[in-house]
Ligand binder design. Sequence first.
Ligand SMILES: Cc1ncc(C[n+]2csc(CCOP(=O)(O)OP(=O)(O)O)c2C)c(N)n1
Ligand SMILES: [Mg+2]
Length: 705
Amino acid sequence: MRDGKLSSHRKVCLVRAHGRAPLPARDFNVETPRWGVSAVPTHLFLQISRQARLPNGQNVGLALDKCSAPTYAYAREKSGGHGVGEYVFVAGDSFEGRTAMGKKVRMTGGEIVTECLIRNRVPYAMGIPGHGCLALVDAFARRSSELRVIQVKQEMSAVHMADGYYRVTGRPLAVFTSIGPGAINTAIGVATCYVDSTAVLVITGATHTHMVGKGVLQEIERSHDADFPSMLAPVVKRYWRVTDPGQLPSIMQRSFNLMTTGRPGPVLIDLPMDVQADSAEVELDEPGTRVPLGKVKADQDAIKAAARLLAGASRAVILAGGGVRTARAYQELKEVAEHVGAAVVETMMGKGVFPADHPLFGMHAGSKGTTIGNKLTSTADVLLAVGCRFADETTSSYRRGVSFSIPPTKLVHIDIDSSEIGKNYPVEIGIVADAKSALSDLLTDLREVARPKDYGKTPYFAEIQTLRKQWWDTLKDFRESTRVPVTISRMIKEIREFLDRDAIVVSSSGNVQAQLLQEFPILVPGTNITSGGFSTMGFSLPASLGVKLAMPDRQVIALIGDGDFMMTMQELATAVQYDLPVVVVIANNAAWMSIQDLQMAAYGKDHAYACEFVKKNGEVYTPDFASVAKAFGSWGTRIQKAEEIKPALKSAFSAGKPAVIEVMVNREFPYSGGPAVGWWDVPIPTYMKEKRAQYEAARAEEDLT
Ligand SMILES: Cc1ncc(C[n+]2csc(CCOP(=O)(O)OP(=O)(O)O)c2C)c(N)n1
Ligand SMILES: [Mg+2]
């Protein structure tokens, strides 16, 4: 005790249990703990409680609190008759290294980061250790029962995995890396988070503060000393270069506030090796004492005006983006739509915020969208856009009248980020607010200004039903095709029929993603996870692992192209190692087929180049992914016929381990992909004279004011 060491080798972790009332105080003797709290039911722990004595000789009584695993205890100092501090004890650690709220304690940089992660209820840190984060990882090791390290096999995957976890839980995880290449590997993952507005805390190792500029191992110093944060600067909400461990409590607190509030996004803490290992006297605040509460509420006059506009509309459309998902405003969205009889059209990031079997579902607009979506959005009289940024894919590259006609359509744009309002289209009413709060306010005002519309009887409603049917009819050939190998359309039709309503579907760039958007109904809000605006290949597999980590009891399926799979396929090792039984369906066409399809659609059929995987002798090449999967220790099979899909899914979901279904899919254009709708500005080389002239004529119709 005198040297601050606890006598037992077992861990005793006493931390503040958020928001729970403590049980009556009992004494606890920290010198003779017999069980680790996290492993012991609280009532047992109460029985062994005696009295704790701190290094300064003070006695503390402990009040214990029942919580779910890991079980936390609640410690409260009784000095002076009232609780003044809370303590965290870990057997074998020095008290110096543990924290007392409301008191200064000496901790290393690594320990402060670890403590703050635990206090912010971060259960996992994913990453790869290296010499650049040794002291941080050592601090993790001392708290391993409270903060679990997940060993991904490439740092980009760590971010995707954390991202997947965040998207389904709304809770950020931490990613840690060494210095140099390990840190740079995170870039694509971080950019994906930034573009898609998801939160992750990235902590990268960096050159010792006293050696910057010397060119230590993995420092890049030729144009600027130890300047890694500048590489990520455009894709993080904020970064910090820490120079002293004493800065860390404040930085950690600000990083959590920043990444999870407003428009969420990733943040970076660049943590030099010496700062991880050096210590400082720090005082940690009680959790919750510096956390902003509430949502950004809309201007109520603007909401009133929007309600009046919507109530008077006869062709109202709600364009729902990722912001609806971030705010979990599903119910409010549905109620507003039903009150005014508005069609709901979703963006790529918004896919799945509205039940696809609802009669007001207007599907998707844009170049990869649907005919129904484009028709509805381009002919709307009032468009309520919520949590979206009018990206070029959604808007058919802003070509007038293809996906949108603003004006004459009157646009009400709600977004939490004021910079999105007016960026791409002029607004009738621009509202800065959280989507859930604004839609809820709008609903209140709508109820005041108009009775719920009997929308089922309107010609507009009938038109929505006709347009939707027409869209499905155009896909019939593809969806019901008996071709061998199977079309992607047929494959995803079979998959949808097999899956539970609330299965979580993860996808990233490629034909599968585009076709999921066009023809895969998401029935339960929030169950579609996709790399949206950054369209990142390699996202699906690691992101699906993060989803499964968060939702172990749900079906989690990653639908991936072969090219996409090969970018992060090593994470099958992570899936097997951590027993994360996701089902991975690889649509294998031995090509980056979506790009080849684009070459052919934009430039002509004879312009397919550099996309198919062929050997020197012209033979099509593909690895045997089913065998690869088995070699990783997962379940695997290769199929190519439509009727093999459901049985394969059944086996995969009952395999009790990660499973890979390699579906050989049709490579024959146009059966290789989905129909092109809308328009996309793909510049045509001037030497293709005729096509170039058509392209220039179309480009002239782009509304880029
Ligand atoms: C990291 C990354 N590199 C390149 C691209 C450009 N790109 C978009 S889709 C695609 C091909 C995807 O191939 P695959 O996963 O096999 O799906 P397919 O197109 O064959 O359906 C490429 C190269 C991208 N989106 N992301
Ligand atoms: Mg492919």
